[in-house]
Design a protein around this ligand. Structure first.
Ligand SMILES: Nc1nc2c(c(=O)[nH]1)N[C@H]1C(S)=C(S)[C@@H](COP(=O)(O)OP(=O)(O)OC[C@H]3O[C@@H](n4cnc5c(=O)[nH]c(N)nc54)[C@H](O)[C@@H]3O)O[C@H]1N2
Ligand SMILES: Nc1nc2c(c(=O)[nH]1)N[C@H]1C(S)=C(S)[C@@H](COP(=O)(O)OP(=O)(O)OC[C@H]3O[C@@H](n4cnc5c(=O)[nH]c(N)nc54)[C@H](O)[C@@H]3O)O[C@H]1N2
Ligand code: SF4
Ligand SMILES: [Mo]
Length: 894
């Protein structure tokens, strides 16, 4: 492997997280990634990568902290028992063979992921459709991009993002719909932000205030689900003020008049739009005016649009306005679907969605099935289409699908009504899970787990949001029995008797085969054309520079599409699509209920399997939360830092309350990341109904309904224990965050334990230091072995009174604690670090300097001091001294 390296020292690869697809440089050699002193050689941004030009967000910049052997799945298991990889692959093949024999090919299904590399994906699709001959191949992109895909296909005839990243900078008006790019596409957001200039405007359309809306000149905090009304109203406005591009429409588009008619019905004027969307009429009008008067407009859209029962319609309502103004694929003027996963686009290209066949060909396209079968040299491909994700898991539940192979996704967490998904997995005859981490909510329910190679260990390509294909390159050895996904799939293909079709020497051969299929009988009929990449030799594949498709035979690539028409429809014209109003299926919240919006936080990636391994990525948010408006908090008796319980039809969610004025009253926001590996009851999808968009099949993940109440905790606790100590206790609420030096847990329960009895369970043994104050509901204890801190538990009736744990956590790194450190433990304070003066309250380690400062800041009574510093609130023996200090401060002349 010589080519991947830009020099002997570095390898250029691509970030495995979001669809921005940033270039990453990794050092090799002593101290490099995967070696003991890896932090000495962190990853850096690749200055030459055209998506990112050297930038990385915190997730990308922490990649070196997330790899390494800890927590990895290194060996295969069958029914929980470790087996050789050969045995496991034999078992997989045997189960598939028997199922086909007994119940037919449709009893086998594959559930794939936008986090597979294109080569992995291609081989899995080929095995399923060509050789197992089941149409049931779907992917987590169903939950992510399928509405955008459907909208693209309806409008353009093919799943094509017409613009490129540069357009987001060139635009004079940037509209972001349902996108929190500041957190979820951070490097692209940095590019948008850096493009700020006189005359450039940004409009953010999102029910809640987000980090992204801070960039906005106008934030339209619309009622959830009403985007189609807003954009129908825009189309009407554009028509009424003569802002339509009649030339572009007449030459390149169809469907204007019926689309405009239906828009007029849905959204006749600004006043009705404003009322339906719960917006100020002036704001709606400002948005419409800016859109009408700004030729260089880009509308970026993401999950606030896609994840909706009207997701496809939202996409088309946006695209309609761009087609109608001729703003498609022109510099600074285009609709732009922001892709979520690193290879959501690549997966679509190979045909990973149940309704497509391969290489952007649909089952029903004339000649497509024969073409693909001929190319793969299999007798036939299924008639298709197959079942989409939610329906696929229903079929599993009903016993119609009996063998399910899940790769690189965690559906027990990410699919709606996840309780039902878990039930389906439990009932299924054979669940095969390929993953690179040891334990996930899904693999916990698998019959067979296969160890997959992870980022840095495998080679292949990904396609980012702007159609740019970049190489991921291996720079680490394969750990344990882990193998790349394409290899695992190919091995099963061979075992099923199709050795010739799966006899790949490496990812290059697969990539070239995929590229050749995109070119086959294409002749300009399918925009996805990689002819220029079909003959790469190993050297060319290894040194492939990031390139946007299509790539023609001459190797010419295109940054933008469709500015001059040439759509992938039979008549070459794009279609405007009439969009009626479909409001969220989960309905409005009734009294006592809230609408539940779900989404992402800045530093975690999905189900946390990788990002939760980097302590610094937990520093931003270390616990599941419920963000809600102060008015709703007051209405339900909740205070900041309480635990809120959301109870819906499909399950419950418990998380810490965060007060937010940026939340619309009646609506709460919860993160999607926490799951059973990290918290007791914090799977957001348990609150989401399995209702889907009728066209795309994408679930309405942004809109659940739940009753909200205070989780009636009698105590709150924080437990720090030496790393990886097994959990031997129970608590009604728990949430786990691995820290650099130890493991940390948030705890709470509705029942008060008998501490002196139960603390051995929490601490893993007898504590040396104990402090109890029944009146305050306070209990603190620490266990040391040979003066080394093993565990510490801090319990209080009120969570905000639990001390900060930063210093305590650092104590786990010390071989032995000195006297000061020991004395500080139960107060959580390093008595030496801060000049607190003479210790007055020894229970909480509060010094006279702190007390004097607090008195000067307004604490005039012992009670007030206790509230602020906790001094005097335990044994009370320092209260006289506190009084003296108060009097001294008060009588001192100013
Ligand atoms: N940090 C981080 N980044 C990520 C990911 C991650 O897990 N973590 N995941 C990646 C993936 S796979 C994806 S798909 C992307 C997703 O990226 P985004 O789409 O930006 O992410 P979300 O937070 O899911 O949702 C975006 C916004 O939609 C809003 N929204 C909810 N309902 C509506 C509505 O009815 N209308 C409108 N207009 N907006 C609404 C929400 O309030 C939310 O702020 O992020 C990618 N990037
Ligand atoms: N309520 C709600 N639900 C949602 C969403 C939402 O906004 N709200 N968003 C949806 C969206 S957009 C998405 S994309 C999904 C994401 O949801 P998932 O795809 O379920 O989440 P991940 O944690 O990314 O799962 C990826 C898994 O693949 C493993 N893995 C990583 N690399 C490899 C590899 O190379 N090979 C193999 N075999 N395994 C690997 C990881 O360890 C992890 O277990 O969630 C969806 N669900
Ligand atoms: S913006 Fe996305 S691709 Fe870029 S470094 Fe961050 S997570 Fe990785
Ligand atoms: Mo996604």
């Amino acid at each position: 492997m010589t080519q991947p390296f830009r020099s002997d020292e570095t390898v250029a690869t691509t970030c495995p997280y979001c669809g921005v697809g940033c270039g990453v440089m990794v050092s090799r050699g002593p101290g490099a990634l995967g070696e003991p002193q890896a932090e000495a050689r962190p990853v850096t941004g690749d200055k030459t990568h055209p998506a990112s030009f050297g930038r990385l967000c915190v997730k990308g910049a922490s990649l070196h902290e997330t790899i390494g052997p800890g927590g990895r799945l290194l060996h295969a298991r069958v029914k929980g028992a470790r087996v050789s990889l050969t045995q496991a692959l034999d078992t997989v093949a045997e189960r598939i063979r028997v199922s086909i024999e007994q119940y037919g090919p449709e009893s086998v299904a594959f559930y794939l992921s936008g986090q597979l590399l294109t080569e992995d994906y291609y081989v899995a699709n080929k095995l399923a459709k060509g050789f197992v001959r089941t149409p049931h191949v779907d992917t987590n992109s169903r939950l992510c991009m399928s509405s955008a895909v459907a909208a693209h296909k309806r409008a353009f005839g093919a799943d094509v993002v017409p613009g490129c990243y540069e357009d987001l900078e060139l635009a004079d008006l940037l509209v972001l719909v349902g996108s929190n790019a500041a957190w979820n596409h951070p490097v692209l957001y940095q590019r948008m932000k850096a493009a700020a200039r006189e005359g450039r405007r940004v409009v953010v359309i999102d029910p809640r205030h987000t980090a992204t809306s801070e960039l906005a000149d106008l934030h339209l905090s619309l009622r959830p689900g009403t985007d189609t009304i807003l954009f129908n109203g825009l189309l009407v406005w554009l028509a009424d003020c003569n802002a339509l591009d009649r030339d572009y429409l007449s030459v390149h588009c169809g469907g204007l008049s019926e689309t405009l008619d239906s828009a007029r019905q849905a959204a006749p004027d600004v006043a009705s739009v404003a009322a339906a969307c719960d917006l100020a009429p002036d704001d709606v009008e400002a948005f419409y005016r800016w859109f009408a008067e700004t030729p260089r407009t880009v509308t970026g859209f993401s999950q606030g649009a896609n994840q909706s029962v009207a997701g496809t319609d939202k996409g088309n309502a946006i695209i309609n306005c761009h087609l109608a103004t001729g703003r498609v694929g022109k510099p600074g003027a285009s609709p732009f679907s922001l892709t979520g996963q690193p290879n959501a686009m690549g997966g679509r290209e190979v045909g990973g969605l149940a309704n497509t066949l391969a290489a952007h060909m649909d089952y029903q396209a004339p000649g497509a099935r024969e073409r693909v079968a001929g190319f793969w040299q299999c007798p036939a491909v299924p008639e298709g289409p197959g079942l989409k994700a939610v329906d696929m898991f229903d079929a599993v539940l009903q016993g119609k699908i009996r063998v399910l192979w899940i790769m690189a996704t965690n559906p027990a967490v990410s699919l709606p009504d996840s309780a039902r998904v878990r039930e389906a997995l439990k009932r299924c005859d054979t669940v095969i899970v390929s993953d690179c981490v040891d334990r996930t909510d899904t693999s916990a329910l698998a019959d067979i787990v296969l160890p997959a190679a992870g980022w840095g260990e495998k080679d292949g390509t990904v396609t980012n949001s702007e159609r740019r294909i970049s190489r991921q390159r291996a720079f680490l050895p394969l750990p344990g029995d882990a193998r790349p996904d394409w290899w695992l799939v190919s091995q099963v293909g061979s075992r099923l008797g199709h050795g010739k079709a799966f006899d790949y020497g490496g990812p290059r051969e697969i990539f070239c085969e995929h590229a050749a299929l995109t070119a086959l009988d294409n002749n300009g009929s399918r925009p996805l054309d990689l002819s220029g990449l079909a003959d790469l030799d190993q050297q060319a594949y290894d040194s492939l520079e990031p390139v946007q498709w299509p790539v023609d035979q001459q190797g010419q690539s295109r940054a933008r599409m469709f500015a001059e028409g040439g759509f992938a429809t039979p008549d070459g014209r794009a279609r405007l699509i009439p969009v009626s109003t479909i409001l969220p299926a989960s309905g409005p919240a009734q009294p006592g209920e809230v609408v539940v919006n779900t989404g992402r936080i800045r530093d975690q990636w999905h189900t946390m399997t990788r990002t939760a391994r980097a302590p610094r990525l937990l520093a931003h948010r270390d616990e599941p939360f419920v963000e809600m408006h102060p008015r709703d908090m007051a209405g339900t008796g909740l205070e900041e830092a309480d635990l809120a319980e959301l109870a819906g039809q499909y399950g419950r969610f418990v998380g810490r309350v965060r007060s937010s004025e940026g939340q619309r009253p009646g609506e709460v926001f919860v993160p999607i990341h926490w799951n059973r590996q990290f918290s007791g009851d914090a799977v957001a999808s348990q609150l989401i109904a399995p209702v889907t968009d009728p066209v795309s099949g994408q679930p309405e993940s942004k809109h659940g309904v739940a009753r909200v109440s205070r989780y009636p905790a009698r105590w709150h606790g924080r437990l720090l224990v030496r790393r990886d100590r097994p959990r031997r206790w129970r608590a009604g609420y728990w949430s786990h965050a691995p820290l650099a030096e130890c493991d940390s847990w948030w705890l709470a329960d509705v029942e008060r334990p008998d501490w002196l009895r139960d603390m051995m369970d929490f601490l893993g043994g007898r504590p040396q230091l104990v402090m109890q104050d029944a009146a305050q509901g306070r209990f603190r204890a620490a266990r040391l072995v040979d003066n080394r801190l093993e565990a510490i538990l801090l319990v209080d009736a009120r969570p905000e009174r639990i001390p900060d744990i930063a210093w305590l956590a650092s104590c786990f790194a010390l071989e032995a604690l000195d006297e000061h450190q020991r004395r500080g433990l139960l107060s959580g304070k390093d008595l030496q670090a801060e000049d607190i003066g003479k210790v007055v309250c020894s229970c909480f380690g509060v010094g006279d300097k702190q007390i004097t400062a607090a008195v000067a800041a307004g604490c005039g009574t012992v009670g007030a001091l206790g509230d602020k510093l906790q001094c005097g609130t335990n044994c009370g023996s320092c209260i006289p001294e506190l009084k003296t200090l108060i009097e001294a401060s008060v009588t001192e002349p100013s």
